[in-house]
Design a protein. Structure first.
Length: 68
């Protein structure tokens, strides 16, 4: 079983590959493991040298069904 962080990263990758059903399934698995994970908690816990990365990830996760 993948840890929640890796599942979220996997969901982002699947969205970018256009595999939306699989991305939604990964988000559902993440929510089952960590019910409190949301777009807000992802935003608060991720920092990159390039500030444009987080908004793109959030858009991908929203498309995959991660709630605000």
């Amino acid at each position: 079983m993948l840890p929640p962080y890796q599942r979220v990263q996997h969901a982002i990758t699947l969205v970018r590959l256009g595999r939306m059903d699989e991305a939604r399934a990964e988000v559902a698995k993440v929510r089952a493991q960590e019910p409190g994970i949301t777009l807000t908690t992802w935003r608060a816990g991720n920092f990159y040298a390039d500030p444009a990365i987080v908004p793109r990830e959030l858009a991908d996760l929203a498309a995959a069904g991660l709630p605000e």
